[in-house]
Write a protein that binds this ligand. Structure first.
Ligand code: ZN
Ligand code: ZN
Length: 452
């Protein structure tokens, strides 16, 4: 470790109890995306206590602060996510929610980073700015609730980072960093090359209610239409190429009717995921056609609401190597595994950022049980919260010291998928669809969908 790194470790350790307290407090106050007001207030108070003046999103949870070194240079964003998951069967769930993706650990590490950077001399030797951001709604859940927020004009995008991009909170940011929690294993830190992208889907099959025993011939069974559509999708699965990592995982949201009534509505939420924009857009067109076929088969209607989800996440290779080196400086070489050939079929709105700027999201190990599982527990907060705070500050130091030479090199060599945040958002707007897709006419039945 260098002298600078030793000082960072001391600065973080000084606030170790604040970090551990934040982890437990947020664990006990889980809130799902765009409702994280208690968590937001808790963290705002912490940040203000360290002398910062956060800029708040206001009508949604989330805020950021800029730490200006006073010397010109790039801006590094370091992020934590505020939201929990609906998982009522978790034994420690509160109001049906739990932090079983470990975002409470991210928030705790952001407390540590903010506290350490408030220590005298913490920014000495650095140039540019560090933007610390607490972002809502990473988990893409409760699609109907979020669609309602969109219809009310409160948000435009489902994911918190995408929404923050739209609001201009990432304007001026040149490079992005964050750490997610991972399963307890022999490593302290791991990283993969990237994550799948997503199109989010709300599917509504519409039929006609009638007496299920006396007059089923007068009805149209929306539940059967839905199962026919899903069967058709299952028949597509072998047409998805292995290298595209397509995932389609619908959940039926249930019927609002009784057992002796032919169900006139069945709602489904799903994602279509894949490794490249081209691949998952193509797969999604096939899926929509198959879903529509189920409705057309029995004279039902299908309303497709496709919403731009998250882009695939592509980590910048040089930046990833720098992060690996910093993690090794902290934990030792045998405790770090960064694999440029590994790919995650999960997804994150951090991917949207990597479309326009170099970014890396790596993992800090320290939870037991499965991510998104009812057995998830933060087993080792030292490794899940305190260590990543140190590692991210090592990375900030490596990027922004020495006249920000490393950051400037990474930014200069980065080839974005889109030329600007606006260009990216304009593109994903073209992925949206919100309409009935089956036309019943005198000439016959037509499925009104673009071909793949
Ligand atoms: Zn997560
Ligand atoms: Zn998650």
């Amino acid at each position: 470790m260098t002298d600078r790194q030793e000082q960072i470790v001391k600065n973080v350790d000084k606030h170790r109890q604040d970090i551990l307290d934040a982890e437990r407090w947020i664990w006990k106050h889980p809130e799902v995306g765009y409702t994280e007001w208690q968590t937001n207030a808790y963290l705002l108070e912490k940040f203000k206590g360290y002398g910062y003046s956060p800029i708040e999103a206001g009508d949604i949870p989330g805020f950021y602060v800029d730490l200006n070194t006073g010397r010109p240079g790039p801006t590094l964003a370091i992020m934590g996510e505020l939201d929990a998951l609906d998982i009522a069967n978790h034994p420690e769930s509160v109001n049906g929610m739990t932090h079983c993706c470990g975002h409470n650990c991210q928030c705790a590490e952001m407390v540590g980073i903010a506290a350490a950077l408030s220590e005298p001399g913490a920014l000495d030797g650095l140039c540019g700015k560090i933007r610390l951001m607490l972002v809502p709604a990473e988990e893409m859940i409760q699609l109907e609730f979020r669609k309602d927020l969109i219809d009310k004009g409160i948000i435009k995008y489902l994911g918190g980072k995408t929404e923050f991009m739209h609001r201009g909170y990432f304007d001026g940011v040149d490079i992005a960093l964050m750490v997610h929690t991972d399963n307890e294993n022999e490593y302290d830190f791991t990283c993969q090359e990237g994550f799948n992208g997503i199109i989010a889907k709300i599917l509504t099959y519409k039929g006609k209610s009638s007496h299920a025993g006396g007059s089923p011939h007068d009805g149209i069974n929306a539940q059967y239409a839905a199962t026919l559509g899903l069967d058709a999708c299952n028949a597509l699965r072998e047409t998805f190429r292995d290298q595209d990592h397509i995932r389609f995982h619908p959940i039926l949201k249930g019927v609002k009717t009784a057992v002796n009534i032919i169900p006139d509505e069945m709602r489904i939420e799903s994602y279509t995921r894949g490794k490249t924009l081209e691949a998952y857009v193509r797969a999604n067109k096939k899926i929509n056609r198959a879903l529509a076929a189920g409705a057309a088969a029995i004279g039902a209607q299908l309303h497709v609401c496709d919403m731009p989800g998250y882009a695939m996440e592509i980590h910048d290779d040089t930046f990833m190597d720098l992060c690996r080196q910093c993690c090794e400086d902290l934990s030792g070489r045998d405790k770090v595994k960064f694999d440029h050939n590994a790919w995650s079929t999960g997804s994150s709105d951090f991917g949207d950022l990597t479309m326009v700027m170099p970014g890396v999201q790596f993992y800090a190990c320290g939870h037991t049980g499965l991510g998104h599982g009812i057995d998830f527990q933060v087993a080792d907060p030292e490794r899940a919260c305190v260590n990543p705070a140190k590692a991210e500050l090592f990375i900030a130091d490596a990027l922004l010291s020495d006249g920000a030479a490393k950051a400037k090199e990474i930014i200069a060599n980065y080839k974005p998928q889109f030329g600007s945040i606006r260009a990216y958002l304009d593109f994903i707007d073209t992925l949206a669809m919100d309409k009935d897709v089956i036309n019943y006419t005198e000439k016959g039945t037509f499925i009104d969908l673009p071909n793949d």
